[in-house]
Design a protein around this ligand. Structure first.
Ligand code: BGC
Length: 386
C-alpha cells in the first residue's frame, strides 16, 4: 500500500524531532556533568625541596576529595633542570589541555609574564608560588617573603660574625655569595636582603658606626648547577682564605659551600655559613656545624595552599572571592607570606645591632614543631634528629 504524502511528512518530522531532541538531551547532560578539576603545581627543578611541595599538593588533593567528594586531580610537576624554557613548554601544553588551575614557581620572573598572562587569558586560574612574577597579572603569590628572609639571614650572619671577633673598626668583613640565577625573583630578593642587612648592621652598630669595609665577593650565579656552585665556593675560598661570611641563595648552595669548606679543611663554624632550606641535603651541614644558620621555608604549605585556593576559586566562582576569604587584605597586598624558621644544631637567641631579636631554633625543636603541623619529619630529612 503506498504511503500517503501526509504520513511520510509525519514520519520524517518524528525522526527529525527525535534526532534533535536526543542531540539536545545529550548536549545538556554533558554540560551539566561536573567537569574534572585539574590543577598543576609547577616547581623549578629537581631537589628534595620540591618533594616537600609535592607532599603538600597531595595532602590538599586528598582532603578536598574526602571533604567534598569531587573529581579532582592535583599534580606536581617539575622540570629536570632549573630552566625557564622547560617550564614554558609545559605551561603551553597545559593551556592546550584547558586545565582548571595552575600554580607556577617561575625560574625567570620577567620571561614568565607572557605565559602567566596567556594562561589567565585562556581562563586558567593562575597564581605564583615559591618565587613570584610581580610584573604579570597573577592575582596572588604564595610563598616566603624572600627579601625579609634574606634580610633575617643577614642580621644573623653579622651578629654571629661579630661574636667571632670578625667585626672590628677599620677591618674588612668578607662576605662570599653564591646564588641561583638572579632572573629568579626569590634568589634576587634573598641576596639583596642579605646584603642590605649586613650593611645596615655595620651602620647602626654603636661599636662600628660604619667604620668597616664590607667586601661582597659575588653574587656568582651558578644557574642551578650544583657543580658550578661548588666551583664558585672553592674559588672564593681559595682567593679569600680569610672569608668571614658565606651565603647561598638556594637549597643546594649550603651543601655546596660545605663541600668546599671540607675539601679545604676548614673546621666547622670558622666561616659563618647561612643556607636556605631544611631538606635531607641541608640537615647534615647544619648538624655538623658548618651551616650556622639554616633558613627553613614552609614549602609544604605553599603546595597545600595553592591547591586549596584554586579549588575554592572553582567553588566560589572566582579567584578574587577565594583570595579574599584566604587573605582579607587582598588586593592591597598580593603576596601571602608562608613564613620561615631559622634553625641550627643548637637553639640560639641573638639581638642584632638593629635591635631585632633573632630566634634560631634547634633542629630537634624544629622537628617537633613540624610534626605538630602535620609535616612528616622524614620529608625534611629530620628523621635521625633526636
Ligand atoms: C628555592 C627554590 C629552588 C630550590 C632549589 C629553594 O630555596 O625556594 O626556588 O628551586 O631552592 O634550588
Amino acid at each position: 500500500m503506498p504511503i500517503s504524502r501526509t504520513l511520510l511528512i509525519v514520519i520524517i518530522a518524528i525522526i527529525v524531532i527525535a534526532a534533535v531532541g536526543g542531540g539536545l538531551a545529550y548536549y545538556y547532560t554533558q554540560q551539566r556533568k561536573p567537569q574534572k578539576i585539574v590543577i598543576y603545581v609547577i616547581g623549578k627543578g629537581v631537589h628534595p625541596y620540591w618533594d616537600v611541595v609535592a607532599a603538600g599538593v597531595e595532602r590538599a588533593e586528598q582532603e578536598i576529595k574526602q571533604k567534598f567528594g569531587v573529581d579532582i586531580d592535583a599534580e606536581f610537576w617539575t622540570p629536570t633542570k632549573e630552566e625557564a624554557a622547560l617550564q614554558f613548554s609545559q605551561v603551553d601544553a597545559l593551556i592546550a589541555q584547558k586545565i582548571t588551575g595552575l600554580a607556577l614557581a617561575p625560574v625567570d620572573a620577567e620571561a614568565a609574564v607572557t605565559y602567566i598572562n596567556k594562561a589567565i587569558q585562556q581562563g586558567i586560574i593562575t597564581i605564583t608560588f615559591d618565587t613570584d612574577a610581580p610584573g604579570s597579572n597573577r592575582p596572588i603569590y604564595i610563598g616566603t617573603d624572600n627579601y625579609k628572609a634574606g634580610y633575617l639571614g643577614g642580621l644573623a650572619a653579622y651578629t654571629l660574625a661579630k661574636q667571632k671577633g670578625y667585626v672590628k673598626v677599620g677591618a674588612t668583613l668578607k662576605v662570599g655569595i653564591v646564588s641561583a640565577t638572579l632572573a629568579a625573583q626569590n634568589a634576587r630578593e634573598r641576596v639583596q636582603g642579605f646584603m642590605d642587612a649586613i650593611k645596615k648592621c655595620a651602620e647602626v652598630d654603636p661599636d662600628i658606626k660604619g667604620n668597616i669595609n664590607i667586601q661582597f665577593i659575588g653574587p656568582y650565579e651558578d644557574k642551578g648547577d650544583v657543580s658550578a656552585a661548588v666551583s664558585y665556593a672553592l674559588s672564593i675560598l681559595q682567593a679569600h682564605p680569610d672569608l668571614h661570611i658565606a651565603f647561598g641563595s638556594n637549597a643546594y648552595e649550603g651543601p655546596a659551600w660545605t663541600q668546599a669548606l671540607k675539601q679545604l679543611n676548614y673546621p666547622p663554624g670558622k666561616v659563618v655559613l647561612v643556607q636556605f632550606d631544611v631538606t635531607s641535603d641541608n640537615v647534615p651541614p647544619a648538624w655538623e656545624g658548618y651551616a650556622l644558620v639554616t633558613i627553613g621555608q614552609r614549602q609544604y604549605f605553599m603546595g597545600y595552599y595553592a591547591v586549596w585556593l584554586i579549588y575554592n576559586a572553582t567553588k566560589l566562582g572566582s579567584i578574587e572571592q577565594a583570595i579574599k576569604q584566604f587573605m582579607p587584605q587582598w588586593p592591597q597586598v598580593k603576596a601571602y607570606d608562608t613564613g620561615v624558621d631559622l634553625v641550627a644544631k643548637e637553639r640560639l637567641e641573638l639581638t642584632a645591632p638593629t635591635g631585632e631579636k633573632i630566634v634560631i631554633k634547634s633542629l630537634s625543636e624544629y622537628k617537633r614543631e613540624m610534626q605538630g603541623l602535620g609535616v612528616d619529619p622524614k620529608l625534611l630529612g629530620l628523621e635521625n634528629i633526636p
